[in-house]
Design a protein. Sequence first.
Length: 90
Amino acid sequence: MSAAPDDEIRKVVNRLKRARGQLTAVIDAMEADADCRDVVIQLAAVGKAIDRAGFAVISTALKHCVIDGEDADDGAPSMAELEKLFLTLA
C-alpha cells in the first residue's frame, strides 16, 4: 500500500487512532467496574472501527492495483491475495 495516495493513508490512520482511543476507553471502563452492557457496546464499536480500517486498506489496494491498472509483477498483491485478505475480515 506504500504507493497509495497520502489522503487515503491518512484516513485509515485516523480511523485506527480513533479505534485506539475507543479501546483505551473500554480498558478504563473495565478498570472502573463499568456496566457490562456499556463495555460490550464500546467493544463492538472498537471492532467495527478496526474492521472498517481493514476494509479501507483492501479497498485502496484494489483501486490502486486493479482500477489503476498496476501490474501484479511489481510486488502488488494479486487478486487472489486481495480476496483472501478481504475474506479474512469478513
